[in-house]
Ligand binder design. Structure first.
Ligand SMILES: [Mg+2]
Length: 233
């Protein structure tokens, strides 16, 4: 089966059948680590663990994705996991100030609310980071619900459907009439597991194939296409 890419008609049909729009944060809304590169964050998190006396496996010590360190630390148990999550959260909040908004994202968020339908952000990033971003750009009023990382749910991040289902339930939507837009295979997997519609946002070379393989219902390479498909530009 071929997955439609950048097809405004397909996207328009999906959006017409959507009551609850769920947006992943890092990617569809902004590039969180545009000005504070994720590998720098990963290195600083590795340092915290090393200074606390942990000998990291080579692949963890060399990780460039902070989430790799977060998941590793979860295996070390309560105190360390809490410490690392807090440190990561602080770095994420700092990164928000140099995060780069995705072209069309803020307009889409506002236009969606203009159609009197619900919108949620579903993110593996910390809730505090997402809220900091919404404060910074004065977007809180357009977002009905935030399902994001807290100290309590680190083990249930996407690809686990937990956050997706949490948002769908909170918005009182039917899964079949809910759509998640995400830029990672883990977004598509979480959406499919939660039995909602998955739209892939392929914002980098090679992602079209990855998102297709993860079984996205449709793929867009620009958030603008969703906006066009709402017929508001
Ligand atoms: Mg993302």
């Amino acid at each position: 089966m071929t997955v439609p890419v950048d097809d405004p008609d397909v996207i328009a049909r999906i959006l017409a059948n959507t009551d609850a729009l769920l947006l992943d944060f890092d990617g569809p809304i902004c590039s969180v680590f545009a000005g504070f590169p994720a590998p720098v964050v990963a290195r600083q998190l590795a340092e915290i663990l090393t200074e606390a006396g942990h000998v990291l496996p080579p692949d963890v010590a060399a990780a460039t994705d902070p989430f790799d360190l977060l998941h590793y630390t979860a295996t070390l148990g309560g105190k360390e996991a809490e410490l690392l999550n807090a440190a990561f959260r602080a770095h994420e909040v700092e990164a928000i100030h140099s995060a780069e908004p995705t072209p069309g994202a803020h307009a889409l968020i506002k236009a969606w609310k203009g159609t009197h339908r619900n919108l949620a952000i579903v993110s593996n990033n910390s809730r505090t980071a997402v809220e900091t971003y919404l404060d910074l750009y004065d977007l809180h009023q357009y977002v009905d619900y935030i399902a994001a990382r807290t100290a309590a749910n680190v083990s249930m991040l996407k690809p686990n459907p937990h956050l997706v289902s949490q948002a769908v339930d909170a918005l009182g939507a039917q899964p079949a009439r809910s759509t998640l837009v995400g830029d990672s295979t883990t977004d598509i997997e979480a959406a499919n597991a939660a039995q909602i519609v998955a739209v892939g946002y392929a914002n980098k070379a090679g992602k079209v194939e990855q998102l297709m393989e993860a079984k996205a219902a449709a793929i867009t390479t620009e958030i603008q296409i969703l906006l066009v498909s709402l017929h508001v530009v």
